[in-house]
Ligand binder design. Structure first.
Ligand code: DC
Length: 230
């Protein structure tokens, strides 16, 4: 059976990773969460005091990039891979609101983007991959057979993220989460290098009023049609 490349892009907290994981599991494909890679670099910058609320030592971070090792290790219990930064398990640490508040500024740095894009292209060179992010269909895999662009209102997305954080025990307010979602949308869509835009050949899915099941069924059907037509 021939394999395809599936690119899933869109705004934060649109449920990209949930859909991508489900799809990869069903098709027996590799799933890659590229946001985790940007988050791991943001964590590294925090750990080394390269970033704070009002400063960013871009030069030191860029100089340190060759020493940053990012790896995904498959967790058989969960059914997907988890993020390791320089051999340390960081899956939990990269999901905090603090990392979320710094990561868009890290993702603006061209040197960071080119390092990660190269690694992502290497991971997908044999196809059979579902990758989610912001620039997968426009930069990383311009030739992906299937490109999905996911949207939903900022309030719906903030509510989802707020519930996720609360379930993990993080103390945050809904307003704080909404503000973070809106700030990230702004930075992600306005940065000079690889801004978040929908690829011309992407299919847009606004999931404000779709259940997870409906959304999964629709994208699975599209994927299977494409795979069967090869
Ligand atoms: O999907 P996420 O929220 O985990 O992504 C974290 C941040 O990383 C997000 O603010 C934008 C950035 N990002 C990016 O610029 N390009 C990608 N391919 C993935 C994420």
């Amino acid at each position: 059976m021939k394999k395809i490349t599936i690119a899933i892009d869109g705004f934060s907290s649109t449920g990209k990773s949930t859909l991508a994981k489900q799809l990869a599991k069903h098709l027996g494909y590799i799933y890659v969460d590229t946001g985790a890679m940007y988050r791991a670099i943001a964590l590294f910058a925090m750990q080394n005091n390269f970033i704070s609320i009002d400063s960013l030592d871009k030069e030191s971070l860029v100089k340190a990039l060759p020493n940053i090792k990012l790896q995904f290790h498959f967790n058989a219990d969960l059914g997907y891979a988890e993020m390791y930064l320089n051999d340390s398990y960081v899956e939990k640490e990269i999901r905090t609101i603090e990392v979320s508040s710094f990561v868009s500024r890290i993702a603006e740095i061209s040197e960071v983007r080119s390092k990660l894009v190269e690694q992502q292209q290497e991971m997908g060179k044999n196809k059979g991959i579902v990758m989610d992010g912001r620039d997968i269909g426009t930069v990383v895999f311009k030739d992906a057979e299937l490109k999905i662009f996911m949207t939903s209102s900022p309030e719906t997305r903030a509510q989802r993220r707020f519930e996720e954080l609360k379930a993990k025990g993080d103390v945050v307010s809904f307003e704080e989460v909404l503000q973070n979602v809106q700030e990230r949308d702004y930075i992600d869509t306005h940065r000079a290098d690889s801004p978040l835009v929908m690829a011309d050949d992407a299919i847009e899915i606004d999931n404000s009023y779709l259940t997870r099941e409906e959304q999964f069924a629709a994208v699975l059907e599209l994927s299977e049609e494409l795979i069967n037509s090869l």
